[in-house]
Ligand binder design. Structure first.
Ligand code: ZN
Length: 377
């Protein structure tokens, strides 16, 4: 890290992410929306977490201390239902799923995050957030529920009302519920029924809403402003839009996220991979066929925002690329200029394709830089 002589303030390398140029604060703070631990990890999850890990690794490569918070959404109606169907307590069931997720992430060389907040440990922070939103008039209480006023949120996400309504319904925000002033108001706090997890609150026993959980966990672990808000591209609306709007309404600091990093979706046979459609390729299954670095490289061999379809031959292609990279790394040392060019490519929108091409043509120093930074060893 360089230091600005006049002020002594740390100066960090600029990272381009799509149309955004990010000169991060020190340390750089990344909030990454993590898993709801009710099922095994599929390739779509893996792509998101490997790419977000790559953002952190590229920032560290450039000398920027980086702190990652990756949450676990372990208070969630889907998790509660799935655990109940299997006759298990939601928290114990969630932990068992997390164990398998952590195994997959370790095999993919995803560095454990500095913070791994769990929603059930941050309920008091959601209650504090709800109190702050009520105090500023950004939320209102009704029948044991606290609703965030969200009428302006679709516009901030660049959506018209019809598209926003469809997405809100798809992601469980229940816009047809008439207990709210506006269809785009969402729950910060909701009353719990029988069998649902519940905590005491000033509004009666209940549990947090999904967007409020992430808003509260981000505030508790990283504070009111983050450098990067990361997750899968399907989180842009409603989740990231509401999470950001809630934090901003509570703190008055805008924007909550200085840059967004939303990773493209993975499909199979032309359809997005999802539990609901059942067209899943599981990370654990692929890891029985290929080493972790081959799978990791396959996930990185395209632009991070691109949607793509998985095919088995992509793994063969990644395995061949990795072989060539290892061969190049073992060759004559090559020039340090090439290693610097690799760094520049990665700082320019995480251009893995160009970094790999430089490594293959320029030899050992560049190849080692790629292997080290992309964690392909
Ligand atoms: Zn989230």
């Amino acid at each position: 890290m360089r230091t600005e002589p006049a002020t002594g303030r740390a100066v960090t390398a600029t990272l381009r992410l799509g149309g955004q140029r990010l000169a991060p604060t020190v340390p750089a703070r990344i909030y990454l929306c993590g898993i709801t631990p009710y099922d095994v990890t599929h390739l779509g999850h893996a792509a998101t977490f490997v790419w977000a890990d790559t953002v952190a690794r590229v920032l560290r490569m450039a000398g920027t201390d980086t702190v990652v918070a990756r949450n676990v959404t372990d208070v969630d109606d889907v998790l509660t239902r799935t655990a109940a169907q299997r006759g298990r307590a939601y928290d114990e069931f969630g932990l068992s799923q997390e164990y398998w997720f952590d195994q997959d992430m370790a095999a993919l060389h995803v560095r454990p995050p500095e913070h791994a907040p769990h929603a059930r440990h941050h309920v008091r922070h959601v209650i504090r957030l709800a109190g702050a939103l009520l105090a500023t008039g950004a939320a209102y209480e009704r029948d044991g529920r606290v609703h965030f006023r969200g009428a302006a949120v679709p516009a901030r996400a660049g959506l018209d009302r019809a598209d926003a309504l469809r997405l809100a319904a798809e992601f469980g925000d229940d816009p047809a519920d008439e207990r709210r002033d506006d269809p785009f108001d969402v729950v910060v706090w909701q009353a719990s029924g029988p069998g649902e997890p519940a905590w005491p609150s000033p509004w009666g026993p209940g549990r947090p809403g999904w967007h409020a959980e992430c808003a509260a966990m981000a505030l508790a672990t990283l504070g009111g402003v983050v450098d990067v808000l990361a997750g899968g591209s399907d989180l842009a609306f409603p989740h990231h839009a509401y999470q950001s709007a809630m934090v901003e309404a509570a703190t008055g600091a805008t924007p909550f996220a200085r840059a967004a990093f939303r990773v493209g979706t993975v499909g199979l046979g032309g359809t997005k991979m999802a539990k609901s459609t059942g067209n899943l390729v599981l990370v654990a299954d692929l890891l029985r066929e290929v080493p972790g670095p081959v799978l990791r490289l396959m996930l990185l061999q395209r632009h991070w925002a691109s949607d793509w379809d998985y095919r088995p031959d992509l793994l063969d292609d990644a395995a061949r690329t990795l072989d060539r990279l290892y061969t190049a790394a073992g060759g004559p040392s090559g020039s340090s200029v090439a290693a610097t060019a690799v760094q520049a490519a990665l700082l320019d929108d995480l251009d893995v394709t160009t970094a790999l091409a430089i490594a293959e043509s320029e030899g050992a120093a560049a190849a080692r830089q790629v292997i080290r930074t992309l964690a392909l060893q």
